[in-house]
Design a protein around this ligand. Structure first.
Ligand code: CP3
Length: 340
């Protein structure tokens, strides 16, 4: 068992395990080098040799407790038949946008593993190269968040605002969520079979939903995915219903959820009181404090840890590291948390 998996099972550690969302990526010069010689971001994701190297880059640089598979949450809708590309400077695009278009493409029988096979190979390559004591985290987007991109055909300013589309034909939307949930289960089982020891579900756009929609489209699909993974192999699942405030309790209370990752806006003391009795807590240092660095960053890290003293806790950020993060600040933070 690794330090991360033991804490995710409820062990309290003096020094918490530490990893960061988006610990690989554009803020690292070695990533930008590799990316410049690849055919683009998706080419990186689908080339196991390169994706494995990118996954391991932050592990080579810092003393982290886990690697997270380098891939993207939008590979699942692509495997279901949607067109996916990245518009430079604008972000992801998916076509056809399902808010207006026909969702029939999603309901055609197809083998998602044809497309996703290289991702499983990346997982097994990373597991083979990773030191024993470090955990490998696999992931997927939670269905609501992935569906917002599918409805809009890409990123939108206010994903919760898509509820107008949901109310317009709730049954059609529920069917889309069901297809996504099934595909996500199949995808994650294969990641586990290939060597992933922890799974995180990114529900980055779970914030701002009324409770009834949150229950139907965030809690229920995440519960179904976590239960299916538990039945398949007993590995810890981390939920990340970013921005959902007090509704975090509903994800933390799910029987098959081991941990919740708290976002930047969540008060740590509230999380320790309300969430720690229900699940292990991970997170939620402001990633922009790591851009700033220095004593302000280190003090905030100490405060965060103090809130969870005597409770199982995984050190992480409240949302992914941003491209302008100086890598030396990450190194200083890791050393500080480790007591060096
Ligand atoms: O945490 C990790 O390091 C693992 C890899 C990972 C990526 N994306 C790599 C990536 C993970 C876990 C994701 C998840 C993801 N992808 C989410 C959920 C988490 C979050 O940040 O909210 C979302 C919403 C996406 C969709 C997506 N992919 C967006 C909005 C973007 C940014 C587009 C842009 O140009 O900024 C991506 C691209 C992406 N995914 C990059 C990386 C490293 C940047 C790719 C590049 O240009 O090199």
């Amino acid at each position: 068992m690794t330090l991360l998996t033991s804490v995710l099972r409820g062990t309290v550690q003096e020094i918490p395990p530490i990893w960061f969302m988006r610990q690989a990526g554009r803020y690292l010069p070695e990533y930008r080098d590799l990316r410049a010689n690849a055919g683009g971001f998706l080419d990186l994701c689908y080339t196991p040799e390169k994706a494995a190297r990118v996954t391991l880059q932050p592990i080579d640089r810092y003393d982290l407790d886990a690697a997270i598979l380098f891939a993207d949450i939008l590979l699942v809708p692509q495997a279901l038949g949607m067109d996916l590309w990245f518009e430079p400077g604008e972000g992801p695009r998916l076509a056809p946008a399902l808010a207006e278009g026909d969702a029939a493409v999603l309901f055609e029988q197809r083998d998602i593993h044809d497309r996703l096979g290289p991702i499983y190979e990346t997982v097994s390559r990373v597991r083979a190269a990773l030191p024993q004591e470090k955990a490998l985290i696999g992931f997927a987007g939670a269905p609501w968040t992935v569906a917002t991109y599918m409805l809009a055909g890409g990123s939108v300013k206010d994903p919760a605002g898509l509820r107008a589309v949901v109310y317009d034909d709730r049954e059609r939307f529920a069917a889309i969520i069901d297809v996504l949930t099934d595909a996500t289960i199949d995808y994650l089982k294969k990641q586990v079979d290939a060597g992933a020891e922890v799974i995180q579900l990114f529900d980055s756009w779970a914030g701002g939903l009324p409770e009834a929609l949150f229950d139907q489209f965030c809690v229920a699909p995440v519960a179904r995915i976590a239960a299916a993974l538990r039945a398949h192999a007993d590995i810890p699942v981390i939920g990340f219903p970013r921005g959902s405030g007090p509704l975090y309790r509903k994800i933390a209370a799910l029987p098959d959820i081991a941990a919740v990752s708290i976002d930047t806006g969540m008060p740590a003391d509230w999380a320790a009181e309300a969430l720690s009795p229900l699940a292990v807590v991970q997170g939620g240092l402001d990633p922009l404090l790591i851009v700033k660095g220095g004593t302000e960053m280190l003090k905030a890290a100490d405060q965060l840890r103090a809130s969870f003293e005597g409770r199982p806790f995984v050190f992480n950020v409240g949302h992914g590291l941003v491209p302008q993060t100086p890598p030396e600040n990450v190194a200083a933070l890791v050393n500080h948390v480790r007591g060096r």
